[in-house]
Design a protein around this ligand. Structure first.
Ligand code: PLP
Length: 446
């Protein structure tokens, strides 16, 4: 093995490593790396063997916990039997079986599934499906896409364009034409320390009427929002907000896309956030927990009538000129089927509902710690927002991440907001342990 690649020696030589790390502070990280070499259940282990509680399910994706035997074995078996099969004009049985399984769990009516390899690809696929759907029905003038400020929809061109996190957009130029954004729903002046959905803010959905008036609704193809905007600091939709968005979209013939890349697969105590909020979109994007992150995969769910709209032309024609070499990859399908089995056997798609009240209490118990200006929670998600340091937005959040790591927890931060979303298998004493570490870290923060 190359000396530089050995986990135990990598720290010494990392500064000259070829690895351009994604979404990372490369120089800062390589000087003082934080590495993990192994994982099991809700824990990571460093190359030196220290144990870390995984406070954010990896990147909101390892919902059933790490290295689950059933999933690992399914992948091992599959790789030896069929390593790859082209998904264009050829099939393998697991792809069809997995799509049918997923459709049986998805919200009613979202009965067809298009496979991708990531959340970003799911988003760009959903946007293209929306544009193409209008086009094949003779409404090709619907070309505009509406996202939302502070939304995160991955990093491909479409997702970056409809996304609303400024730092992720500003260095990439004009992105995609014809995109506009709703205002975000964060309103700490009225909603700070809300538990679950905040009371105030349903009226923010009226911003869609403003954009309809500005552009003419007949030019708008789709609106995409995360039911809970997680990556931008956990913004829970105000009561009535999603209902209002749905109503406006339906009235104007605009497709509504819920980006459930994080919120699907049990995070809110139901299989999808769509089930939890009781508002049904036309398309849903997913990824991450669909395979428990063991093999990369994503999927877009669509209403039956969208699929049928594509099935009207000649039978010997490709209905959707879109797809990826690795769409429905055999390893991903095997991992996904085993993942759904684990979710079902252990009741993980509804477990967050049981843990929710306990989780909420523990999260809000941090209220009086120094610098805490807001705490938000929904399902098995919590955000602790810290006041930014003068002239240094994000510095306090980074310190919280580093101090928690030193104390044995891996936690995500978005600027100065700590985001917690542990694997759904977490037990109450482990919830105490996680919040205990966060508490100790916060007490020491300047
Ligand atoms: C809501 C949402 N959409 C899309 C993505 C992008 O997913 P990926 O990183 O798998 O491309 C993410 C990732 O966190 C996400 O949270």
């Amino acid at each position: 093995m190359n000396e530089r690649a050995r986990p135990e020696t990598v720290g010494a030589t990392l500064e000259s490593s070829a690895f351009f790390m994604p979404f990372s502070m490369n120089r800062h990280f390589k000087k003082a790396p934080r590495l993990v070499a192994r994982a099991e259940g809700i824990h990571y282990y460093t190359p030196q063997g220290s144990k870390l509680i995984d406070g954010t399910s990896g990147l909101w994706c390892v919902n059933a916990g790490h290295c689950r035997k059933k999933i690992v074995e399914a992948v091992q078996k599959q790789v030896a039997a069929l390593d790859f099969a082209p998904p264009f004009q050829l099939g393998h049985p697991l792809a069809f079986e997995f799509a049918d399984k997923l459709a049986s769990i998805a919200p009613q009516g979202l009965s067809k599934v298009f496979f991708t390899n990531s959340g970003s690809e799911s988003v760009d696929t959903a946007l293209k499906l929306a544009l193409a759907y209008h086009r094949v029905r003779g409404e090709g003038q619907r070309t505009r896409l509406i996202g939302r400020e502070r939304g995160y929809h991955g990093v491909n061109f479409g997702g970056t364009a409809v996304g609303g996190i400024v730092a992720n957009r500003k260095i990439f130029g004009a992105l995609v034409a014809g995109v506009d954004h709703l205002r975000h729903t964060h309103d700490p002046a009225r909603n700070a320390f809300a538990r679950g959905q905040p009371k105030h803010g349903a009226e923010f959905a009226e911003d869609l009427e403003r954009l309809c008036a500005l552009h003419d609704p007949s030019t708008i193809a789709a609106v995409i929002v995360e039911p809970v905007a997680c990556s931008a600091g956990v913004l829970v939709p105000p009561l009535g907000y999603l209902e209002r968005l749905r109503e406006i979209c339906s009235r104007h013939g605009i497709l509504l896309i819920f980006d459930e890349v994080i919120t699907a697969w049990g995070r809110l105590g139901k299989p999808f956030a769509t089930h939890h909020f009781g508002v049904v979109p036309d398309l849903i994007t997913t990824a991450k927990g669909i395979t428990n992150a063991t093999v990369p995969m994503g999927a877009v769910f669509m209403k039956e009538e969208l699929y049928q709209a594509f099935m009207q032309g000649p039978e010997k024609a490709i209905e959707m000129p879109h797809g990826y070499t690795y769409s429905a990859h055999p390893l991903a399908c095997a991992a996904g089927l085993a993942t759904m089995q684990v979710y079902e056997e252990e009741g993980l798609l509804t477990r967050a509902a049981e843990l929710w009240p306990y989780w909420e209490e523990q999260a809000h118990a941090l209220k009086n710690l120094p610098n805490v200006i807001d705490i938000r929670n929904v399902g098995l998600i919590a955000a602790i927002e810290l006041a930014p340091r003068e002239g240094a937005v994000g510095a306090r959040g980074l310190d919280a991440h580093l101090k928690a790591f030193e104390r044995g927890a891996y936690i995500r931060v978005a600027a100065d907001t700590i985001a917690l979303a542990p694997p759904l298998i977490i037990e109450r004493p482990q919830i105490d342990e996680l919040f205990g570490i966060v508490r100790e870290a916060l007490k020491t923060l300047a």
